[in-house]
Design a protein around this ligand. Structure first.
Ligand SMILES: Nc1ncnc2c1ncn2[C@@H]1O[C@H](COP(=O)(O)OP(=O)(O)O)[C@@H](O)[C@H]1O
Ligand SMILES: [Mg+2]
Length: 241
């Protein structure tokens, strides 16, 4: 096994990075892949809540990076799926020893099929470090001009600094308003290929409130299953759910 490392990012906050990181990981895990989600942030963790492991988290990513605990202590197995694991950000502020990240990730590659790194907003030190080890950046953006432009700043940074890292656009919280979404305009603004379109979804809201996985029969699940298939290199049509 040699994990592929995905970096989830955006130029603006609240676009759904953590939500997409967790549910994309659920979809990959339900395809039989062994997946680790790492929330790479110095505080304000929320991946643990989304993934339903908030009560089980003792050690976190700062403990792992600084060598205070082994990787298996810092990760928690998801109650949703036996091959899905979560490593949380610290609960209170803790400076991360980011220099250690590439080597620490290297040590985990043989244990997983995918390592999904959820990063804080913008071209921050966590994002920059994650790009050193990431094969693919998933830019999670909402389809409004300000967010897309902030996304463009991210792609420009990636194209300048990281020739080996691919970038794909995940359009999230897309509303069906009757007005046709200008997908080509979004792609042109961000300058990245589209990999998924995820609708504004009440099911996401209720799964988050209950800390439950997305039901596989829900409409929005299809969008995540589709995203997972495309990440795995399968040619499936883009769905809009
Ligand atoms: N597709 C969606 N449909 C409905 N709500 C969503 C969707 N994606 C994200 N959200 C909501 O948006 C809010 C911000 O999401 P979050 O994943 O925490 O964003 P970020 O990590 O980018 O700051 C959360 O309340 C989440 O429930
Ligand atoms: Mg987040």
């Amino acid at each position: 096994m040699q994990a592929r490392v995905l970096v989830v990012a955006s130029g603006k906050g609240g676009t759904g990075k953590s939500t997409v990181a967790v549910f994309a990981a659920q979809a990959l895990a339900q395809k039989g892949k062994k997946v680790l989600v790492i929330e790479l942030a110095e505080q304000l963790r929320n991946v643990d809540c989304i993934a339903g492991v908030s009560e089980q988290t003792v050690f976190d990513v700062s403990d792992w990076l600084s060598g205070r605990c082994a990787s298996d202590k810092a990760m928690v197995q998801s109650p949703w799926c036996e091959n899905l694991f979560i490593m949380s950000a610290p609960y209170a502020y803790a400076a991360l020893e980011l220099e250690a990240l590439p080597q620490k990730i290297q040590q985990l590659l043989e244990q997983f099929d995918f390592i999904v790194i959820d990063t804080p907003t913008g071209i921050c030190p966590c994002f920059q470090k994650a790009c050193e080890v990431g094969e693919l950046v998933l830019l999670v953006l909402t389809p409004d001009q300000m967010t897309l432009r902030a996304g463009r700043a991210m792609t420009e940074w990636i194209y300048e600094k990281n020739c080996n890292t691919k970038v794909r656009l995940v359009l999230n919280r897309v509303r069906q308003t009757g007005a046709k979404l200008d997908l080509d305009g979004c792609i042109d603004t961000v300058a990245a290929q589209l990999i998924a379109v995820i609708g504004e979804s009440r099911q996401i809201f209720s799964s988050l409130v209950q800390q439950q996985p997305l039901p596989v029969k829900s409409e929005v699940w299809k969008a995540f299953e589709n995203l997972a298939s495309r990440i795995c290199g399968q040619e499936v049509p883009l769905l809009f759910c």
